[in-house]
Design a protein around this ligand. Structure first.
Ligand code: OGA
Ligand code: MN
Length: 379
């Protein structure tokens, strides 16, 4: 592992912003040699192995959620970021496909909420997958054609639906949290020592090749003692984990398909960002773990995981050639906790910086202005 670039270690007003810009740069492309790659054998003084609790999740329950037995997971911590746990792709071969299809076909469906609902009628956003599938299947690469709804999808909220304007969740905007995602989250949390984790809110982010997510902290949840879970699928991204102050320097790491991050303890409220999606190597647009067959596995026998039909997977895989999907799962309320009755009091407490998602194209038009997708950039 190369020594960390000076800019990464540098303390000072703009350390995070500087490193964000460095990885966001297109021309010339950034040097990724300082980015921690947990999928490789690591020789890095900042990284240590984390022992998870194999008895917290039975092998059967893990398998039901498409996960390997916990004893086989490779988990890491970072010395500078206590409570942060990185689990390098613990999914069983052939099981990521289920989650990808959920993100592209199932979770965007009503009653869940997505960015397109902000400026389209409910009937128009009713079945994004169906409305996009035929057009996408026929699309020829490189040709300029109007974007389908699936290609315009930027975020979906689940459970307690996050309100991007007030930066709050509320009791009266809740729909059932997907049971499969609830289960997998509970198991990952338990393996990391957090028993009784209850997935109550989810934010799914859809990244195209030129997307990024600005520097922010997720602090809108009312109980910060519960971890935040993050699952990534598709193209790899650089993830930056900073400190408690916005200007603190950040550690860059790759998030690859199947990787799970747990932000718990002191790391729960650290600044973080996704400056770029990493271009796939030529000739290998999809990572190998997404090409593993679902056949021959008994993943789909008891209902939690569904086998993805080939025609669905063809479309998912085509979409993922140029995209990344990330699911963040949050517990909003602690045990016995309730939402405050006066929501205005929370807003006056400060300004939570969540959901600062930037998309290149829209950003060109309106820098620092909330864009139509509901995210904004404030670098
Ligand atoms: C978020 C977030 C990170 C990612 O949605 O709050 O930080 O990897 N996502 O997409
Ligand atoms: Mn976040």
């Amino acid at each position: 592992m190369a020594k960390m670039a000076a800019s990464v270690l540098e303390h000072g007003e703009d350390a995070f912003r500087k490193i964000f810009k460095l990885y966001k740069r297109r021309n010339p492309p950034p040097d990724f040699s300082d980015v921690i790659d947990f999928s490789k054998n690591l020789k890095n003084d900042m990284v240590f192995s984390v022992e998870l609790n194999p008895s917290a999740v039975s092998e059967t329950d893990a398998c039901r959620a498409g996960l390997r037995p916990v004893r086989d997971w490779r988990a890491f911590g970072l010395k500078e970021h206590s409570g942060f746990i990185f689990i390098s792709n613990p999914f069983l071969p052939g099981s990521q496909q289920h989650w990808v299809r959920q993100c592209l076909k199932t979770y965007p469906q009503k009653p869940n909420v997505c960015n397109l609902d902000m400026h389209m009628a409910p009937t128009e956003t009713e079945d994004i997958w169906k409305k996009s599938a035929d057009i996408l299947r026929k699309k020829t690469q490189g040709k300029r054609e109007p974007k389908t709804l699936l290609e315009k999808l930027r975020w979906v909220t689940l459970g307690y639906h996050y309100d991007w304007n007030s930066k709050t969740y509320s009791a009266d905007h809740y729909t059932q949290f997907p049971p499969d995602l609830h289960s997998v989250s509970q198991e990952v949390a338990a393996a990391c020592g957090f028993h009784g984790f209850s997935a109550e809110a989810g934010i799914l982010n859809y990244y195209r090749a030129d997307s990024s997510l600005g520097i922010h902290v997720d602090e809108s949840e009312l109980d910060h003692t519960r971890p935040l879970l993050s699952f990534s699928f598709g193209q790899a991204a650089v993830f930056l984990l900073g400190g408690t102050r916005r200007e603190d320097p950040a550690t860059p790491m790759f998030m690859q398909s199947g990787d799970i991050m747990v932000m718990s303890g002191p790391s729960r409220l650290l600044y973080h960002a996704v400056p770029c999606i990493v271009p796939a190597p030529t000739g290998q647009p999809l990572p190998a773990c997404l090409q593993e067959s679902q056949q021959g596995t008994d993943l789909h026998t008891d209902g939690l995981m569904q086998e993805v039909p080939l025609e669905d997977w063809e479309l998912c895989s085509r979409y993922l050639h140029t995209s990344r999907v990330n699911m963040t799962v949050r517990q909003v309320l602690g045990d016995g906790q309730a939402f405050p009755t006066d929501t205005t009091s929370r807003e006056s407490e400060g300004s939570p910086k969540d959901g600062q998602h930037e998309q290149q194209e829209q950003d060109l038009k309106a820098k620092k202005k909330r864009n139509s997708s509901g995210y904004d950039l404030d670098l």
